[in-house]
Design a protein around this ligand. Structure first.
Ligand SMILES: [Zn+2]
Length: 353
């Protein structure tokens, strides 16, 4: 009746020699693909739609960057609209942990081997006693203390060690609220780091569209959100992700082809325009050299996808180093919860001759 599930997040295939997505149509059919445990068809969840995580102060001192990254990841799950789930924070000061003490502990684990980034152990129950009784009882998250962690922002040119702590925290906290791995679509809950990556120019670690939909299905409420975000990542295989492709050089007066990804974080289908630009820096803005638009792109709730676009480099551009990129909803036709994730540069510069 009482069960224990262990989820290990593996360091992914570091190599991007995998399938390129080159979907040309925006109207991609999509069915929600998030997964979770069920008991007689019901989602196994935290009763009361909330739980408290006890952060080990010997591993992650209160007020440390570790602590703020952890709490930031919890806040991002709490901030998913259409889901009533909430994480609360407390401290575990005894320097020990136990996965069967009724307390959700978060700590650095010295016992994990290489290749494993973190482990979430979840205890839950499902049995019949004059009706099905089910729920999550405890979840403990151990981060591997034998690997190198990056507490800063992700470096696109290094998707291996040191590993982004906030990325892994967001993934493990997805398990802790009841989500399982999802490898069919881009998702924070992909089995392999970097779990489809962060969003927007500022590289924010936010649950992707599919993960948000999963949380909404387990913990539904009537709140809504509208947000479309750009990403520098794409799906590369079963549970794996890597950077979108774009050329590193081009000649003026020629065409280049880039890939671009957007995630519909919203609680509904959204239609929007996307404009493409050439910028002298890695911050794409409407003041940069305009290269064209896609009108009426759309994504259903839960959709994150990658597309290709061919762009003409004008002969009037001076030779030099630039960034190609795009802006979702460039005219601000849609009022979004987060506007700062609409600006997305390619994850590498381009030299124009
Ligand atoms: Zn996992």
């Amino acid at each position: 009746m009482y069960r224990q599930a262990i989820h290990k997040l593996l360091s992914g295939l570091s190599d991007a020699r995998l399938v390129l997505l080159a979907t040309l149509c925006f109207a991609t059919p999509f069915a929600g693909a998030y997964t979770y445990r069920t008991c007689d068809g019901n989602a196994i969840k935290w009763n009361g739609n909330q739980t408290t995580m006890y952060i080990s102060t010997t591993s992650f001192p209160a007020g440390s960057t570790w602590d703020s990254r952890l709490q930031n990841a919890m806040w991002h799950w709490n901030n998913v609209k259409g889901s009533r789930f909430l994480y609360y924070v407390n401290r575990d000061t005894d320097g020990s942990h136990n996965d069967n003490n009724g307390r959700n502990e978060v700590y650095l684990d010295n016992s994990l081997g290489g290749g494993v980034l973190a482990v979430t152990v979840t205890r839950y129950h499902c049995y019949w006693l004059f009706g099905y009784q089910y729920g999550i009882d405890e979840t403990d998250i151990g981060f591997n203390n034998n690997i190198s962690w990056n507490l800063g922002s992700l470096n696109y040119s290094n998707l291996g060690s040191p590993y982004s702590f906030e990325s892994v925290a967001l993934h493990e906290l997805g398990h802790a609220l009841g989500l399982l791995h999802e490898n069919r679509w881009m998702a924070t809950m992909n089995s392999y780091y970097p779990n489809s990556g962060p969003l927007g120019h500022y590289k924010e670690w936010d649950p992707l569209a599919d993960d948000r939909l999963g949380s909404r299905v387990i913990y539904p409420d009537s709140t809504t959100e509208t947000d479309i975000a750009g990403s520098a990542f794409k799906r590369t295989g079963t549970g794996t992700s890597g950077l979108v492709s774009s050329p590193t050089y081009a000649y003026r007066g020629t065409n280049v082809t880039i890939q671009f990804t957007f995630s519909n974080q919203s609680t509904a289908t959204k239609s929007f325009d996307i404009s493409f630009y050439l910028s002298t820096n890695d911050y794409i803005s409407t003041g940069d050299t305009y290269l064209g638009s896609n009108y009426g792109a759309w994504g259903s709730e839960g959709f994150t996808g990658t597309f290709s676009r061919t762009l003409y480099i004008p002969t009037t551009v001076a030779p030099g180093t630039y960034w190609l990129g795009f802006i979702v909803d460039p005219n601000n036709a849609i009022s979004e919860a987060v506007e700062s994730n609409n600006y997305m540069e390619m994850p590498r510069s381009i030299t124009i001759y």
